[in-house]
Ligand binder design. Structure first.
Ligand SMILES: Cc1ncc(COP(=O)(O)O)c(C=O)c1O
Length: 388
C-alpha cells in the first residue's frame, strides 16, 4: 500500500508534533491553563498576521470567517466592490446577497489576477462603496491578487475598508497587515496553519474594530463585539475549540521557529518547482502570470477527464489532490503546497501525476516532470526539511 499523501489546497497534512499536542488531556476552556495557552496563541497570531490589532479566533471553517467579516463591518444597503475571479470571489458576492449588501462586481477571467485599474474604475462607478472584498489567493484558480496595490487604491478614500480573504494566503505569501493597511484579513486553520479544519481567524485593523461596533447586519454567534470583549481577556465568547487551539499553539511555535520569511520562501519554492514540472510535462498552467504559492492549478490534456484523473491518483497511488471547482470542474487539477509537505513529497506527487497520465493513455515521458522539479528544488537551495 503506498503511503497516504494529502496534497490538496486544504485540508493539509498535519505534522506529528501538532497531532500529539492535540492528543493531550483536554483542558476546560475557562481554566487558567487554557487561558494561558490562548494568551500565547493570541500574541503569536499577531506576529503571523503582522499586526498590532486584534486577531480573533472563531470555531468554524473559513467561510464562517468570511461571513463574520462582512456582517461585522457592513450594513444592509451598503455597497461593496467585489473581485470575482473564481469560486471564492463569487462566494463574497453570495454572502453579500444574503445580507442585503449591494455588489459592484469586478469580473476577472478565471486564471487571471485582477488589474488594480479595474478596481479603481469600480470605485469610480460606485463612489459610495464602503469596502473592497477580494481574495489574496483565489484557491480555485491558483491566482495571487496584487493585494498591496489594491490596499493603496482602497485607502484613497478613508471611508473604505479592504477586506481580504487570506484563507489560503496568510502564512503563504507575505501579507503584512499593518504595513499595507489591510483592514480585515481572514484565514482558516486547514491551510498554511498546519492544522485540521475547524478554526478560523478574523484580524481587524483599528478602523475595522470601530466598524464592528456600528455595523447593522444581524449576527449572533459571529457577533465580533462579544468576541472582542472576551478575547482581549484571553477568553472566547462561546465554548472554545480547545484541542484545535492547543494544536494552534504548537503550530505557531513551529511557524515562528522556522521564521516567517522562510515559511513564505518554502511555499514559493514548492510552487515554483511544481510549475517547472508541469511545464516540462507539456501541461498548461491555469494561472501562468500571477501564480499563488498556495497551490498550483493545471489544465488536463484534451481527452483526460479531471474526475477520472483525480480518482485514479487516489485509488491507485494513494495521492489526494483536488480537481477543479465551478466552471473548471473536470478540466483542471490542483496540487497544494501548504502543510506538512516538502520538496520530496512534491517529487512523489509529480511522479504519481506522470504515471497517471501514462496510465490514462496520454503520451508522456516519465521522468520529465520529476527531473525539472528536482533541478528547480536543487537550485532553490531547499534542502532541509524544516517542519519536524
Ligand atoms: C480562498 C478561500 N476562500 C474561502 C475558502 C472556504 O473556506 P472553507 O471551505 O474552510 O469554508 C477557501 C477554502 O478552500 C479558500 O481557499
Amino acid at each position: 500500500m503506498p503511503k497516504y499523501r494529502l496534497l490538496t489546497p486544504g485540508p493539509v497534512a498535519v505534522p506529528e508534533r501538532i497531532r500529539l499536542a492535540m492528543a493531550q488531556t483536554l483542558l476546560h476552556h475557562r481554566a487558567p491553563a487554557f487561558i494561558s495557552v490562548f494568551e500565547k496563541v493570541r500574541a503569536n497570531l499577531k506576529r503571523v498576521f503582522q499586526t498590532e490589532g486584534e486577531v480573533l479566533v472563531v470555531a468554524c471553517s473559513g467561510t464562517g470567517a468570511m461571513e463574520a467579516a462582512l456582517t461585522n463591518t457592513l450594513s444592509p444597503g451598503d455597497r461593496a466592490v467585489v473581485v470575482r475571479a473564481g469560486k471564492f470571489g463569487e462566494r463574497w458576492a453570495e454572502i453579500c446577497a444574503v445580507h442585503g449588501i449591494e455588489v459592484e462586481s469586478v469580473d476577472v477571467e478565471w486564471g487571471q489576477a485582477v488589474e488594480p485599474a479595474a478596481v479603481r474604475a469600480a470605485f469610480a462607478r460606485a463612489p459610495n462603496a464602503r469596502a473592497l472584498l477580494v481574495q489574496a489567493c483565489e484557491t480555485s484558480t491558483g491566482v495571487y491578487h496584487p493585494i498591496r496595490d489594491l490596499a493603496e487604491i482602497t485607502r484613497e478614500d478613508p471611508k473604505r475598508l479592504i477586506v481580504v480573504d487570506g484563507i489560503s494566503g496568510v502564512g503563504v505569501h507575505d501579507l503584512p497587515m499593518d504595513a499595507w493597511g489591510l483592514d480585515v484579513v481572514v484565514s482558516g486553520s486547514q491551510k498554511s496553519w498546519l492544522l485540521p479544519p475547524g478554526l478560523a481567524f478574523v484580524a481587524l485593523s483599528d478602523r475595522a474594530a470601530v466598524a464592528v461596533q456600528t455595523a447593522r447586519c444581524p449576527r449572533y454567534y459571529f457577533d465580533l463585539r462579544k468576541e472582542l470583549a472576551a478575547q482581549v481577556d484571553n477568553q472566547t465568547a462561546w465554548t472554545a475549540a480547545v484541542s484545535l487551539i492547543v494544536g494552534l499553539r504548537e503550530a505557531l511555535e513551529m511557524i515562528l521557529e522556522e521564521g516567517l520569511q522562510e515559511v513564505f520562501a518554502r511555499h514559493e519554492a514548492l510552487a515554483r518547482a511544481t510549475r517547472a514540472a508541469m511545464k516540462a510535462l507539456g501541461l498548461r498552467l491555469v494561472a501562468p502570470d500571477a501564480p499563488s504559492f498556495a497551490c498550483t492549478a493545471v489544465y488536463l490534456p484534451d481527452g483526460i477527464d479531471g474526475k477520472r484523473f483525480v480518482k485514479h491518483l487516489r485509488d491507485i497511488y494513494n495521492l489526494t489532490i483536488m480537481g477543479g471547482q465551478g466552471r473548471l470542474d473536470g478540466k483542471i487539477f490542483r496540487i497544494g503546497h501548504m502543510g506538512d509537505v516538502d520538496g520530496f513529497d512534491m517529487i512523489s506527487a509529480v511522479a504519481a501525476v506522470e504515471m497517471t497520465l501514462a496510465d490514462l493513455g496520454h503520451p508522456v515521458r516519465i521522468g520529465d516532470g520529476t527531473r525539472a522539479m528536482t533541478e528547480q528544488l536543487h537550485k532553490s537551495g531547499l534542502r532541509k526539511v524544516r517542519l519536524q
